[in-house]
Design a protein around this ligand. Structure first.
Ligand code: CA
Length: 732
């Protein structure tokens, strides 16, 4: 228990207030810290920890609390507490905070709030005790729920407990869990349901003034997309969605959406053609509901393979179009996440998704031109270090955000190369003679010409490019770029630059280096000498792999550099990279079929290990026993469409038709899931959504490959590298 005084308590609140002002300046707004809203997965809730001992008992599934679909305060589900308490035993259930990357601007809270529905409780004395967790060890005073219950009827009732009842003082951002535990003795089994556990500030009594209005509904196989008029009222806590079979007028609440996302995907899973009607309401901080919106209808339908590709390309495209940061028009790191922090590499991928969106008629070319004028205006004025962009920028101010730590406060050459891959594609795409398109082309040329790729050699005769440079700490991160990984595009563009190029020999001295340190680097990545000399030559699951660390590594190695760079045209002295990438994808699928760790779901239609969000971290999964933790990442198989169209289509249909109810949302597939752990990421990721749209387009039409490869500087790069180059031959 902390011993700070009341005065210090006020200081904490005052600091929190200042931080909120700062965040308001950079478009970040504060929100309540939510411990439980809905479980994405059925059955049990991943972020819980349940124990019992002696003659006491609490219902659990592999130490997780059960989820009830039958009872819910916020539409979806609630947590079920079913227990019996003995004086010769004990039980406890902790609901842990799911620490989402970038969700770190919390309202200073005054109360713990949750909603309770009493199922079977004969004696209120046997209601649980409640405590708050700072760490596993540091637990607050335990207090009796009974004291805060106003009635034992079976309606949902709100429990509001002042935080000062737990601690003398506490900052909401330090609270990591809510613990429910045994109190008293039960005669028989008790059952209650708990929902919407959060830390709130009860002085927030803001009501919603805006009237809800639906603007579109569109039916697909098994789901309907719903959109509403943009939200202007900051007091809207949730959008609540109601559905009825058309003309039945029997509306049921089917979901809630947070204001972070401008629409809702209602996954029905009916696999037939049915016409549904929708209407929505808004909820305020106190869950008071507005009146209903207008009604709109849409019909679900059976879809062809082509329809599936269209649908998936469009939903993932929306992340970069509707989900973009407002001021810069560029991509956020993840949604939900920071609202004003843009990620430069993801933005480069998103630029290619937006171009795809024009060609697929999701938006008009004029709308895209407006967006690109905004993008280039922002990029021209944003922080750069020797022409190199950092990993993250503040979308409002254009200043660097050292989100990965204070050492990473300068240029990031790899992120810049992903951005430039997108920008060079755009320079090729906007080829109109009008002033607006010329302005886009000229700005991109200026940005491209200013990138000092040669600065990142660090030494005049360097063998390697270096990933980061800091204005005050220089080369402190000291990360040399050594392939095989996602940085082929970085070497390629550095060699292709018309103004700050590095020697073409660095492709073999750096990227494919044979120096001891490069061999060590590769051995350390894969924890094996296989592939440590860049070339590999071993057989994995019956497939001989010419180039690659370990048995090929995570699949993003075959995606990020090849959104623009056409691997068909990339043949160095070792291999053709389309053939090599295809083998890496096939190895990945065969590993998942073999499934040596017996994870649930893995198979020919559930494969694609790569980098993604996980229950507790973002990490790279690989098709290897030691590097496979059981999480599956949809972008792995779906961005591999050009390499493995049949296997990728199988995965697409499996993910959508069998898991769509939890895995598919407004911005496409959620980042990752684990059936073994019964966990699904709440996130859509900037790095992982666009490669799906872009690589499916490359598979269907070659659009982005053709644009990027036609660029004259790219052609120069290929010439310098002396790669087999069909474009040059055809265009001579
Ligand atoms: Ca709920």
């Amino acid at each position: 228990m902390s011993k700070k005084t009341k005065y210090q308590h006020l200081i904490i609140y005052f600091l929190a207030f200042l931080i909120n002002i700062g965040s308001a300046n950079s478009q970040e707004f504060a929100y309540d810290k939510v411990f439980f809203e809905n479980s994405i997965m059925y059955g049990s809730y991943y972020f819980t920890s349940v124990k019992y001992s002696g003659k006491s008992w609490i219902k659990q599934t592999r130490s997780k609390l059960p989820v009830s679909d039958k009872y819910a305060f916020t539409v979806g589900n609630s947590l079920e507490l079913e227990y019996s308490s003995s004086d010769e035993g004990n039980w406890s259930a902790i609901v842990l905070y799911d620490d989402i990357r970038g969700i770190d601007f919390f309202n200073p809270a005054t109360h713990l709030s949750f909603w309770i529905h009493i199922g079977i409780v004969k004696d209120l004395n046997s209601l649980p005790k409640i405590a708050l967790l700072i760490t596993e060890e540091e637990i607050s005073k335990e207090i009796h729920l009974k004291k805060y219950i106003t009635s034992n009827n079976r309606n949902w009732q709100r429990v509001l407990i002042p935080l000062t009842d737990f601690y003398n003082e506490i900052s909401s951002s330090n609270i990591t869990g809510v613990k429910y535990s045994q109190s008293g003795v039960t005669i028989s089994t008790n059952q209650l349901f708990i929902d919407q556990i959060e830390l709130v500030n009860i002085s927030n009594n803001r009501s919603v003034e805006q009237n809800p209005e639906l603007t579109s509904t569109k039916g697909y196989q098994s789901h309907v997309d719903i959109k509403w008029k943009p939200l202007v009222d900051k007091n809207i806590r949730y959008i609540k969605i109601y559905r009825s079979i058309k003309d039945d007028n029997n509306y049921q609440a089917v979901g809630i959406q947070s204001p972070w996302i401008p629409g809702f995907t209602d996954f029905i899973g009916d696999n037939k053609s049915t016409e549904f009607s929708y209407r929505i309401t808004f909820l305020d901080d106190n869950y008071k509901e507005t009146s209903f919106s207008n009604i709109m209808s849409a019909k679900t339908k059976i879809m062809t393979d082509e329809d599936f590709l269209d649908m998936i390309q469009e939903s993932n495209f929306r992340y970069y179009w509707e989900g973009a940061e407002v001021n810069s028009g560029l991509a956020l790191e993840n949604i939900p996440g920071r609202n004003s922090m843009i990620a430069l590499g993801a933005s480069g991928f998103g630029i290619m998704a937006i171009i795809t969106g024009v060609e697929r008629d999701y938006i008009s070319k004029d709308e895209a031109i407006d967006r690109f004028l905004k993008i280039i205006q922002f990029l021209k004025e944003a922080d750069r270090f020797h022409g190199v962009y950092p990993h993250f920028l503040d979308g409002e101010t254009g200043k660097i955000v050292p989100f990965f730590g204070l050492k990473d406060n300068g240029g990031d050459l790899v992120e810049t190369s992903f951005l430039m891959q997108g920008l060079l594609t755009a320079r090729q795409y906007f080829d109109g003679k009008n002033i607006r398109e010329a302005e886009i082309r000229n700005a991109i040329t200026e940005i491209w010409n200013n990138v000092e790729w040669d600065w990142h050699k660090r030494f005049p005769n360097s063998d390697f490019l270096y990933w980061h440079w800091s204005p005050d700490q220089e080369w402190i991160i000291n990360h040399k770029l050594i392939g095989w990984n996602e940085t082929l595009i970085t070497y390629f563009l550095a060699i292709a630059s018309p103004t700050h190029s590095v020697p073409a020999s660095m492709y073999y001295s750096g990227w494919a280096s044979q120096l001891d340190e490069a061999i060590d680097y590769r051995s350390n990545w894969g924890n094996t000498t296989q592939g440590s000399k860049y070339i590999n030559g071993n057989n994995y699951f019956g497939i001989e792999l010419p180039v690659g660390v370990s048995n090929g590594g995570p699949l993003f190695f075959t995606h990020y550099s090849f959104l623009g760079l056409n691997p068909h045209e990339m043949t160095d002295k070792y291999v053709n990279y389309f053939e090599n990438n295809k083998k890496i994808a096939q190895i990945n699928q065969r590993y998942c079929i073999e499934n040596p760790k017996n994870y649930i779901g893995y198979g020919e239609d559930c494969w694609g290990l790569t980098a993604s969000d996980g229950p507790y971290d973002y990490s790279a999964n690989e098709p290897k026993y030691e590097k496979d933790v059981g999480k599956m990442t949809p972008t792995g198989a779906l961005a591999s469409f050009p390499y493995t169209p049949e296997a990728s289509m199988k995965a697409l249909k499996n993910y959508y038709l069998n898991y769509g109810d939890f895995l598919y949302g407004y911005y496409g597939f959620r980042d990752a899931f684990s059936l073994t752990d019964n966990w699904c990421s709440p996130l859509f990721m900037g790095l992982n959504q666009a490669p799906i749209t872009v690589m499916i387009e490359n598979y269907r039409t070659g659009l982005l490959w053709n644009l990027f490869m036609q660029n004259e500087n790219v052609q120069t790069g290929l010439k310098k590298l002396n790669f087999a180059n069909h474009y040059l031959k055809e265009n001579e």
